[in-house]
Design a protein around this ligand. Structure first.
Ligand code: GTP
Length: 307
C-alpha cells in the first residue's frame, strides 16, 4: 500500500473504554485542514460512537453487531469503498476498531489487493487507558504489538506514578513513541499520516486473542420516553459491579431535564450534556460472560425505567 494518489488510513485500536472515540473526535475536529472521514465499529447492536462522532458534522460511518476484525471484515471493505465513492475530496480515513478487535484481522482486511489501489494504511494507533488496563490480557498485548504509536489517555486521572509505570512497561514492549491526549503532548496529525505503517506485512498469528467469541456479553436497551435521573442512577448502581463498560444517550425528565451522554468504564461513571438533543434512551451494557446476566439486566431496566 503506497502511492501519492491513494487515500491514507489511520487505524485506532484499544481496549473497551480506553478513549478511542475521544481521541478520534479530537482528530476530526482538529485545526489541520485535512478532510477526514471516520469508520467506527461498535460490536453491539447500537452504535453510540457513531452518534457521538457524527454530532461534529463530519462524515462518520458506523459498523455494528460484530467485529471488523472477523465477522464484519467484508462490511469494512464495503464501507471503505462507499466512503471513497462519495465524491467529496478526502484526505484521510480514520477507522475505530471495537474494543474487542484483534488488529491483525483488520490489517488482513486492509491488505485487500483491490482496495490497496485506492487506500494505504499510514499508521496504527493503540489508545491505552492509564487508569484501567489489563496488561496480562492477550488482546491488549496484540493491540499494542501492532501499534506504531501509543496514545496514553486519562493520565491526569491515573496520576504521575501510574503513568510512569505504564511508560516503563510500554518501553519494555518496544513502544517508544508514546503520546498523551492534551494539545501539548498529543500526536500531531502529520505524524499519524506520515506513512510509518506503509508496506507492512501481516505478522504471524500469535494464538487467537480475539474476544468476539463469547467472553463478553452485551445488553442493549432502548426506550422511547425520557427517564427519571434518580431511577437511572439507581439502576446503574445496581448493575455496575458486573459491568466492564456501559454507554448510552439519554433524555432525562424532571429537574435535570435535557439530553445526556452516559459513560462507564470500570468503576468510573460520567454523565455529560449530549452534543445534540436525544429522544428517549439508547443504552449499551457490556460485561463478562458468567458475571453479567444480560437478561436480568434487561428485566431490571424494563421494570424500573420502561415506558
Ligand atoms: N479523564 C479523562 N477521561 C477520558 C479521556 N479519554 C477518554 N475519557 C473518557 O473515557 C470514557 C470512554 O471514552 P471513549 O472515548 O468513549 O472510549 P472508547 O475506547 O471509544 O470506548 P469503546 O468504543 O466503548 O471501546 C468517556 O467517558 C471519556 O470521556 C482522558 O484522556 N481523560
Amino acid at each position: 500500500m503506497s502511492g501519492a494518489d491513494t487515500v491514507p488510513v489511520v487505524l485506532v485500536t484499544g481496549a473497551l473504554g480506553a478513549g478511542k472515540t475521544t481521541f478520534i473526535n479530537g482528530l476530526l475536529a482538529g485545526d489541520h485542514g485535512r478532510a477526514l472521514a471516520a469508520v467506527v465499529n461498535d460490536f453491539g447492536a447500537i452504535n453510540i460512537d457513531e452518534s457521538l462522532l457524527s454530532a461534529g458534522g463530519r462524515p462518520v460511518y458506523g459498523l455494528k453487531n460484530g467485529c471488523i476484525c472477523c465477522s464484519l471484515q467484508g462490511d469494512l471493505l464495503r464501507t471503505i469503498r462507499l466512503v471513497l465513492s462519495i465524491g467529496r475530496p478526502l484526505d484521510g480515513i480514520v477507522i475505530e476498531a471495537s474494543g474487542v478487535s484483534d488488529p491483525r484481522g483488520i490489517l488482513e482486511a486492509l491488505l485487500d489487493p483491490v482496495l490497496g489501489e485506492a487506500i494505504r494504511l499510514d499508521s496504527i494507533v493503540a489508545v491505552v487507558d492509564a487508569e484501567e488496563h489489563d496488561a496480562g490480557d492477550p488482546l491488549w498485548q496484540a493491540q499494542l504489538r501492532l501499534a506504531d504509536f501509543v496514545v496514553v489517555s486519562k493520565a491526569e486521572a491515573a496520576g504521575p506514578d501510574a503513568v510512569r509505570a505504564l511508560g516503563e512497561r510500554l518501553a519494555g514492549m518496544g513502544k517508544q513513541v508514546v503520546f498523551g491526549t492534551s494539545a501539548d503532548d498529543g500526536v500531531p496529525p502529520e505524524v499519524l499520516f506520515s506513512g510509518l505503517a506503509r508496506d507492512r506485512h501481516l505478522p504471524p498469528r500469535a494464538g487467537d486473542p480475539h474476544r468476539d467469541d463469547g467472553n463478553f456479553v452485551t445488553c442493549e436497551w432502548t426506550a422511547a420516553a425520557p427517564v427519571a435521573l434518580d431511577r437511572f442512577q439507581s439502576v446503574i448502581q445496581q448493575l455496575a459491579p458486573a459491568l466492564v463498560r456501559a454507554k448510552g444517550l439519554l433524555s432525562v425528565r424532571g429537574r435535570a431535564e435535557g439530553s445526556y451522554v452516559f459513560q462507564l468504564v470500570g468503576r468510573r461513571a460520567s454523565l455529560q450534556r449530549a452534543p445534540r438533543p436525544v429522544e428517549g434512551v439508547e443504552l449499551v451494557l457490556i460485561g463478562r460472560t458468567g458475571t453479567f446476566d444480560a437478561a436480568a439486566a434487561r428485566a431490571l431496566l424494563d421494570r424500573e425505567l420502561g415506558d
